[in-house]
Design a protein around this ligand. Structure first.
Ligand code: SF4
Ligand code: SF4
Length: 441
């Protein structure tokens, strides 16, 4: 069968010498997230789509790597079908719970409105009933609970109470249970983390650190707690601990200071993964994040290199394969339950007045717990990509990115991840990591 180059390849601009001194390039296949080393001539043939003259042994190897695919293959349809299938699966259910409506910080970029006050007893029991019913559905193999929103540790007692019941139900039903908590860290302590990990079965904690360039922000207490956690790392063998530095334009010149602070606190430790991100544009001003995203992508490779040198674990250089739906908003197997009692499909809808009024799918206290949430704004996402409503259908990163964020596309704010703009520098770092020597061409 005749073969052609996959449309999902990124060939390195740089040429390297392999161990035998022969010129080679790196080829990233975004359908497999695999980076392969191929001879320079082969790389040029892949780039120009001129593969007919490749020797049979080379073609066979490239076919095995899915770098070559059968001629005429409609890979876009294949990719979208795979992503649709993951979104339609009811085996893994994902509930993002916002247990309270008050936040102790008040970041400028956040479009949420924070109100002190407790949710009603009916709200809590309705959330519990809905999730217990889902755990016990015959199709359910795994339940994921995300504690999210304003700092969920402001509702620590609610988290504990609900998580205990979810864990008990999952164990009884033989369903896998996974849980992630996102917090600003202000109320985190080692003692609370032990309870969250052991009792609430939280296996992933993401501590967000905002305003790294703002001298008014005091991160010392949070870093001291995290340093304490790292000193007790052997108590948390299954815990994924992520420190997410969220940056806006004002922070971009302060990343080196941030790195220094992390090293000083001893957080360059295998237990901790760092994730630097440009701050989200919620539903307010969008121009500043767009500028930040461009500057971020330009500066990021140098940060990644420096973090690697000081032993900070970073998210992978090479974009990883999608394992599930791109986000809760594209699958009815996921939903977001706000402290207001509203069920949404998107994590940026709770507590934002415009969405709390216009995007409520139903109220948890009135919902039929035997049914998945009603369709939201973005459940037809893959069809929209297929129709070419954004530039994703023609993008080489579609298999690993999936279009990233339907909401931001809808707001005219393309959410393309930084790797779209700095993949060549990432491949250079990958080459360095694997010992390839750049050739001057
Ligand atoms: S649409 Fe965007 S903001 Fe909403 S859940 Fe998906 S990724 Fe998050
Ligand atoms: S969001 Fe950007 S990087 Fe992702 S698939 Fe769409 S165009 Fe490509």
């Amino acid at each position: 069968m005749r073969q052609q180059a996959s449309r999902y390849l990124v060939v390195s601009d740089a040429v390297y010498a392999d161990g035998a001194g022969k010129p080679v390039r790196l080829v990233l296949n975004t359908r497999t997230s695999r980076v392969s080393t191929v001879g320079d001539q082969v790389a040029r043939a892949l780039r120009h789509g001129d593969c007919a003259a490749l020797p049979a042994a080379v073609s066979d190897r490239l076919s095995d790597l899915k770098i070559l695919v059968p001629e005429g293959r409609d890979e876009l349809t294949d990719v979208l079908d795979e992503q649709r299938a993951r979104a339609r699966s009811a085996a893994t259910l994902n509930y993002v719970l916002v247990p309270n409506g008050y936040c102790n910080l008040g970041c400028e970029y956040c479009g949420q409105v924070h109100v002190r006050g407790k949710t009603s007893a009916n709200h809590r029991s309705a959330v519990r009933d809905r999730i217990l019913r889902a755990v016990n559905r015959p199709s359910t193999q795994e339940v994921r609970i995300g504690w999210f929103g304003d700092d969920p540790l402001m509702a620590y007692a609610v988290v504990r109470d609900l998580a205990r019941q979810f864990v008990e139900a999952a164990v009884a039903a033989g369903v896998r249970y996974r849980s992630r908590l996102t917090t600003d860290g202000a109320l985190l302590t080692l003692r609370k983390l032990r309870v969250l990990y052991e009792e609430c079965r939280v296996d992933s904690v993401c501590v967000t650190i905002d305003g790294i360039g703002d001298p008014r922000r005091q991160h010392d207490r949070v870093l001291a707690v995290l340093a304490d956690v790292v000193r007790h790392a052997d108590e948390f063998p299954e815990l994924g601990l992520t420190i997410r530095g969220t940056l806006d334009v004002a922070d971009i010149d302060h990343v080196d200071t941030f790195i220094d602070a992390m090293v000083k606190a001893g957080l360059n430790h295998p237990m901790v993964e760092f994730d630097l991100r440009v701050v989200h544009a919620w539903s307010n001003d969008m121009s500043a994040p767009r500028v930040a995203r461009q500057r971020f992508a330009a500066a990021e490779p140098r940060w990644l290199r420096r973090m690697h040198e000081v032993g900070m674990v970073t998210r992978t250089l090479i974009p990883a394969q999608l394992r599930g739906p791109i986000c809760p908003a594209v699958t009815r197997s996921a939903e977001v339950i706000s402290s207001s009692g509203a069920i949404f499909s998107c994590t940026e809808h709770p507590l934002v007045p415009e969405h709390e009024q216009g995007d409520v799918l139903e109220l948890v206290e009135h919902a039929d717990h035997d049914r998945q949430r009603p369709a939201g704004r973005y459940d037809d996402w893959h069809d929209r990509v297929n129709r070419g409503e954004q530039s994703c259908a023609g993008c080489v990163f579609l298999p690993v990115c999936g279009g990233r964020c339907p909401k931001h596309w809808g707001e005219g704010n393309p959410p393309c991840p930084s790797y779209k703009f700095n993949i060549q520098q990432r491949l250079e770092l990958e080459a360095l990591r694997t010992g390839l020597v750049p050739l001057l061409t």
